[in-house]
Ligand binder design. Structure first.
Ligand code: ZN
Ligand code: ZN
Length: 151
C-alpha cells in the first residue's frame, strides 16, 4: 500500500517534470506515436479495427435508415410505394423526379448513411419516396416498373 502511494507520487512528479521539459515531453510523445504506428501496422489489430468499424457503421446506418424510410413511407414501418415490399434490406429512397443520383452527387452524398443523415437534418424534404431496389432499377432502366404496367 505504501509502495503504491510512493509510486503514485513519483509518477506524478515525473509527469510534472516531464511536462515542463518540452524536450522530454516531445520524446514521450514520439514514443507514443511510434507505439501506435506499430500497433496500427499489426495485421490483427487492423483486421479487428476494420470489423469493428464495419459493424458499428452498419448499426448506425440501420438505425437512421429505418427512421428515414419510416417517415417517407407514411406508414408505421417502411414499405415500397410501388410493390409493397416490406423488407428494409430491399428498400431505399428514390427521388420522385428521377434525379436521385445526380442530385446526390451534387450534394456529395453518394448513397450510404450520409444521404439518410442529410434527409433527416433537412427535416425530410419533399420529393422523395421509398422504393425497393427492383422497382427503383426498373424505373431507372426502362422508365417504368412492370408492377405498374400490368396494374
Ligand atoms: Zn417495389
Ligand atoms: Zn414496382
Amino acid at each position: 500500500m505504501e509502495d503504491k502511494e510512493k509510486h503514485r507520487i513519483r509518477n506524478k512528479e515525473w509527469y510534472k517534470k516531464t511536462r515542463s521539459n518540452s524536450e522530454a515531453w516531445n520524446k514521450r510523445k514520439k514514443q507514443q506515436r511510434i507505439r501506435y504506428a506499430r500497433m496500427k501496422s499489426n495485421p490483427s489489430f487492423k483486421r479487428r479495427k476494420r470489423i469493428w468499424n464495419a459493424k458499428s457503421y452498419a448499426k448506425r446506418k440501420a438505425i437512421v435508415k429505418l427512421e428515414v424510410l419510416t417517415h417517407y413511407s407514411k406508414e408505421r414501418s417502411p414499405v415500397c410505394k410501388c410493390c409493397g415490399e416490406k423488407n428494409i434490406e430491399f428498400l431505399g429512397i428514390d427521388h420522385v423526379k428521377g434525379k436521385g443520383s445526380k442530385h446526390r452527387k451534387e450534394l456529395g452524398l453518394t448513397g450510404g448513411i450520409n444521404f439518410y443523415r442529410w434527409l433527416k437534418r433537412k427535416h425530410y424534404p419533399e420529393g422523395y419516396r421509398v422504393l425497393c431496389y427492383n422497382c427503383n432499377l426498373s424505373r431507372g432502366f426502362f422508365g417504368y416498373c412492370p408492377h405498374k404496367r400490368s396494374g
